[in-house]
Design a protein around this ligand. Structure first.
Ligand code: NAD
Length: 266
C-alpha cells in the first residue's frame, strides 16, 4: 500500500477542503463549523430541519467570518436517503469531499438521567439509531466518494463516558462505546482506500445540553477532578479536531483522542 504524502502542518492545511459536520446547529457543532471555515475549508452543516433557525445562524456567521463558506443541509442522520443527498450536495456545491465529522447525537434530548431499569426499548433504539447507525450510515455514504477522490478522513465524536461509564443514561454510554468499536472497524477496512477514521472523545463540556442534564454541583465537581481544573468549553475541542482532520495527522487512524483537561487517562 502506498502512503499518503505528509504535507506541512500549517494552519491553512485544510483550506479549500470540503467538510461535513453533523449536529451543526448546537453549540459544539457550531464551534466546529466556524473552526473549519476559519481554516478556509468549506462546510456542509447537517442537522434536523427543526433546527433550521440555529443552523442558519451558524452557517451565516461562519461564512461571514470565513474565509471558507458554510451551508445548511437539513438531514436526519438515521436516513440513508438523506445521506445520499448530503453527499451529492457536498460534491455539487464545493467540488469535493474530504472530511466527515459525525457529531450528531441524542444527548440533550435524553431528557433526564434515569436508572437503566427505567429506560424503554424505543428510547434505547432511538439513541442507537442516531448515535451509532447515523455514524455508520455517514461513513458508508462518504467512503466510496472519498475513495474515488484519493482519500479522506472521518472523525467520530464519542464521549469519555463510553470508556469509564456513567450513571443515568446507559443507552447513551453504550452508544458511545459502540462508536469507538465502529471507528476501529472502519479504520481497518478503509485504510487501503486512504481513508482515516478516528474518535474525538470529549469530557463533560459546560454547555446548554450538559447544564440541562446535570446539576451545577456535578459540573463543578467534574471540573475540579481534572488535572487542568476548570470547566471545559466547546472551543477546547476545536484544536484536536482540526489536527485529526488535517494532513498533520496523516498517519493516525483507528485512534481515540480524549479531550477532557486530564480527567480520564485511558
Ligand atoms: N456536551 C457534552 O458535555 C458532551 C460530552 C461528551 C461528548 N459529547 C458529544 O458531542 C456531540 C455534541 O454534543 P452537544 O452537547 O452539542 O449535544 P446536543 O444534544 O446539544 O446536540 C446534538 C445535535 O445533534 C442534532 N441531531 C440529533 N439527532 C439528529 C439526527 N437524527 N440527524 C441530524 N442531527 C441530529 C441535534 O439537533 C443537535 O443539534 C455529541 O456527539 C455528544 O454526544 C458532548
Amino acid at each position: 500500500m502506498s502512503v499518503l504524502p505528509i504535507r506541512p502542518a500549517s494552519p491553512t492545511a485544510l483550506a479549500g477542503r470540503t467538510v461535513i459536520v453533523t449536529g451543526a446547529a448546537a453549540e459544539i457543532g457550531g464551534a466546529y463549523v466556524r473552526a473549519f471555515t476559519a481554516t478556509g475549508a468549506n462546510v456542509v452543516a447537517v442537522d434536523l430541519l427543526r433546527t433550521a433557525r440555529q443552523a442558519l445562524a451558524v452557517t451565516r456567521e461562519a461564512t461571514r467570518t470565513g474565509p471558507g463558506r458554510a451551508l445548511f443541509a437539513p438531514a436526519d442522520v438515521t436516513s440513508e436517503a438523506d445521506w445520499r443527498l448530503v453527499v451529492e450536495r457536498s460534491v455539487a456545491e464545493f467540488g469535493g469531499l474530504d472530511v466527515l465529522v459525525n457529531n450528531a447525537a441524542v444527548y440533550r434530548r435524553i431528557g433526564a438521567k434515569r436508572p437503566l431499569t427505567e429506560l424503554g426499548v424505543e428510547e434505547w433504539d432511538h439513541v442507537f439509531a442516531v448515535n451509532v447507525r447515523g455514524s455508520w450510515l455517514g461513513i458508508r455514504a462518504v467512503a466510496p466518494v472519498m475513495a474515488d477522490l484519493g482519500g479522506g478522513c472521518v472523525v467520530n465524536v464519542s464521549s469519555v463516558v463510553g470508556r469509564v461509564g456513567a450513571v443515568g443514561f446507559a443507552h447513551y454510554v453504550a452508544s458511545k462505546a459502540a462508536v469507538e468499536g465502529l471507528t476501529r472497524a472502519a479504520a481497518r477496512e478503509l485504510g487501503d482506500q486512504h481513508i482515516r477514521v478516528n474518535v474525538l472523545a470529549p469530557g463533560l463540556v459546560d454547555n446548554e445540553a450538559s447544564r440541562a442534564l446535570n446539576t451545577g454541583s456535578y459540573l463543578d465537581s467534574s471540573a475540579q477532578a481534572r488535572a487542568l481544573s476548570r470547566p471545559m468549553q466547546a472551543d477546547d475541542l476545536v484544536g484536536p479536531l482540526l489536527w485529526l482532520a488535517s494532513p498533520a495527522a496523516a498517519f493516525v487512524t483507528g485512534q481515540t483522542v480524549i479531550v477532557d483537561g486530564g480527567q480520564v487517562f485511558a
